[in-house]
Design a protein around this ligand. Sequence first.
Ligand code: OSB
Ligand code: MG
Length: 379
Amino acid sequence: MKLQGVELRRITMPLVAPFRTSFGTEHERDVLLLRAVTDGAEGWGECVAMAEPLYSSEYADAAADVLRRFLLPALSRHQESARRPGGPGGIAASDVGHALAPIKGHRMSKAALEMAVLDAELRTLGRSFAGELGAVVDRVPSGVSVGIHDTIPALLDAVDGYLSDGYQRIKLKIEPGWDVEPVRAVRERFGDGVLLQVDANTAYTLGDARHLARLDPFDLLLIEQPLEEEDVLGHAELARRIQTPVCLDESIVSAQTAAAAITLGACSIINIKPGRVGGYLEARRIHDLAVAHGVAVWCGGMLETGLGRAANAALAALPGFTLPGDISGSDRFYRTDITEPFVLDDGHIAVPAGPGLGVAPLPDLLDKFTTSTEWVSVG
Ligand code: OSB
Ligand code: MG
């Protein structure tokens, strides 16, 4: 396959309601989309970097910068060398990771580029993301991430609405001052049958271990990323001091860091976000590693549009994804999605079966949300 160029497109999508986490409050989602143009089909990539570097060091303007200045030129050079006489010719999605490896970090940008090339390749071949990744089911249970609210009654109203929608699992965002009481209130109101977990997005320190142990009686599925990203040893120590299983999100940026965290006892569950780990192919390697170690995984979310949501649903259909993911219906975050919306059916999201992502942006909606476009040609 010959990659001719990539369009970098920025869109801004309003959220149905503000989404508050321990690191900030989002009112809209500023997304960088990639459209890869090849001699076969066009492919779409979604970069999950947020507008500001608060969840991780990456942010959307930096992603666009590193793509145009370093990643796309590196892929272009790779493609040129492959096209020399005797070379394999063109480019394959499975080459992208190696071609970009000399550039350090920037995993969300690399993931978006690999996703766009993979989508173009699979559309050309008439194969789906789900088939390519190794999906074993055609629908996945849907969990929802519930932001920090101003009051407990407001939180209970929100959770009530999601449970009525059919969501299979509730994740409460927590921070110091908003942890034990909201969890207790949700358990008291909705009972022990609800699958319930919490996500701190690095808001605590090991000194909070005794406080976090107060969550033990509530039978949570897991506590996600209580400590800072680089504190893998701290998570291993915390895991010994609390009964709630520790799950890592921010700390797991590759299969290698996943292997280290598992070996050190820092987590018994992993949230796999393809953007955070450099792409869907690395995400699958982490899945395989976790299965081999008996560690459960689930698919995280980053307020994706229908494009990223489609690919996440395909990934979550792999056999090791034994816990519901943050793969909600499109209307959890957006009144209008840029693709046909994902709609909950009996608490599940259907895994797209068509070529590539199986969904594509609807041109009028895409244009409506677009704030800028830029064409970068590749060799
Ligand atoms: O930590 O899982 C997280 C959203 C943005 C950044 C980080 C996280 C989240 C979520 C929302 O929890 C997940 C979703 O897309 O539903
Ligand atoms: Mg998280």
